[in-house]
Design a protein around this ligand. Sequence first.
Ligand code: OAD
Length: 245
Amino acid sequence: MLEEILRRRKKSVKVAVLTGAGISAESGIPTFRGEDGLWKRYRPEELATPEAFARDPALVWEWYDWRRQIIARSRPNPAHITLAEMEDFLPNFTLITQNVDGLHQAAGSRKVLELHGNIWRVRCVREGIVTENREVPLKEIPPRCKCGALLRPDVVWFGEPLPQDVLEKAFKAAEECEIMLVIGTSAVVQPAASIPLAALRRGAVVMEINPHETPLSPYVTETMRGKAGETLPSLWERWKSVIGS
Ligand code: OAD
């Protein structure tokens, strides 16, 4: 089915990709769930909610500063690089990520729909102004805006809505795509987990790349049980041989 679509549609094939923390695992960034996941060691409600930030902004920032240090040392892996190449090659390609690490952009992806924000941006809690901040480690914890108010990471915390415009674009891409790749996500956090379901409802071929079973696995068209950095580059080589140059 997949090969047939690629042969027929060639470079015009509409592809959407949803990525999660698992795509950055091979870059050395911890995932959230699973054996070594962050949520095994930390409680999300103490670190990743507006209430936690109101209670103890320094504690929340210590945790984000630690994560920023890990991410700053990491490099995009072959899976990130393959997705950047796919964007260059396919005119109808949309990359949607739940990750806040910025590794897709570091790999060369230009258009990235970031559902959960970006850890390299900060937002003034008073003025709402968003700025880039790449200071590692932070000199001041918690960091403050020039206006004196606290800065917060420009990420989405539990209980907060996702950026509406980004979410709309993501669902539109899912509904219009012919093939969707779902890479390295446990597919349990909503609304992101519903994006592949929207693609399936519209008849897209949905492929999951994940070493482990997820709640989405029974519904997808095809599953590739392996690491993203190994599986995706070889999948893309096969696609290119069908599409042609
Ligand atoms: P999770 O940590 O929940 O899931 C990571 C997934 O990646 C798991 O299904 C793993 O099996 C898989 N995985 C691990 N190593 C992999 C590899 N090398 N290649 C491919 N897959 C691999 O991460 P997310 O699904 O992204 O939200 O989590 C969703 C959201 O929950 C995050 O964006 C974050 C978190 O709380 C917020 O911070 C708002």
